[in-house]
Ligand binder design. Sequence first.
Ligand SMILES: NC(=O)c1ccc[n+]([C@@H]2O[C@H](COP(=O)([O-])OP(=O)(O)OC[C@H]3O[C@@H](n4cnc5c(N)ncnc54)[C@H](OP(=O)(O)O)[C@@H]3O)[C@@H](O)[C@H]2O)c1
Length: 315
Amino acid sequence: MAANFVIPAKMKAWVYREHGNAADVLGLDPELELPEVQEGQVLVKVLAAALNPIDTHRVTGVFQLPGFSLPAVPGYDLAGIVVKVDRKVKELKVGDEVFGIADEHGTLAEYTAVKESSLALKPKKLSFEESASLPLTIQTAHGGLERAGLCPGMSLLVLGGAGGVGTLTIQLGKEVFGAARVAATCSTGKLDLLKSLGADLAIDYTKVNFEDLPEKFDVVYDAVGQSERAVKAVKPGGSVVTIAEHNKTLPPPAFSFIGTSDGSTLEKLNPFLESRKVKPVIDPKSPFPFTQAIEAFSYLQTGRAAGKVVIHPIA
Ligand SMILES: NC(=O)c1ccc[n+]([C@@H]2O[C@H](COP(=O)([O-])OP(=O)(O)OC[C@H]3O[C@@H](n4cnc5c(N)ncnc54)[C@H](OP(=O)(O)O)[C@@H]3O)[C@@H](O)[C@H]2O)c1
């Protein structure tokens, strides 16, 4: 029998009514109206959320989606429970535990409305916190490696191996794409983290210039914005994908990649998550409680997070 949930008319949500620094413009609204569930959407009771650099760019206004308007709730990543479905929703039902990307209404709120196609069932063996840490970064890692043509037996260099995207790119490179050798860059204190994720070679960028190493790679995945240097580390005929440089001419063979929200990728990766062959990496300062969302933004903005900045519990 389908579960029944009492859905309130108003909710707690972090809201920005103008663009600026998160610390200046984000406010906790105790009585925001719940979003309407549109065609093909479900209403999710958000139990955990995670932050990404793009959340900062949206709050400051550096990045804006077409049709975007203020006021707005920040946040893409979520894990939670479906509490209502539109009649055109095909698979999901009330009571399902889900994770994914909310690209319209934001996730730093008790409830959000999301397209069914952007969600997948939460891996049973992962907590809501762990699940919320994954969607945007794992889809960006997977999509970028796919576009770069990483194949079994190839070598991979990940620039920015300790970040939200990098920690997953190392693991997907090894476990999902079958790379024979994975190298990754980070600062001194994070070398052990990279090795624990399966990196064969952890390069301390404070001591070594990766492009000066004699070893060259079939694929370089740039999550820092170092394409000029990255192209010097790739083998002839290899690929360089960057997710951190978009509005500039990139040196060949580098190309830019932008991830999209797609629940089917999350479904495809489910066996690797359930078996923990690919593990969520949550920054040790996480989770931040909902009331400390501004502190969570400030921490993310240091650019030093190891894995993901998660917000839990919500409200
Ligand atoms: N195109 C897309 O679809 C897409 C999607 C997601 C993210 N992005 C972009 O990709 C970038 C990474 O995102 P993220 O979520 O992984 O960010 P993040 O989690 O905030 O990255 C933080 C990590 O970056 C590392 N780092 C900083 N400078 C470094 C350097 N010079 N060399 C190596 N590592 C360095 C830090 O490690 P240390 O402390 O060791 O330096 C830290 O662990 C951001 O620019 C983001 O906007 C793009």
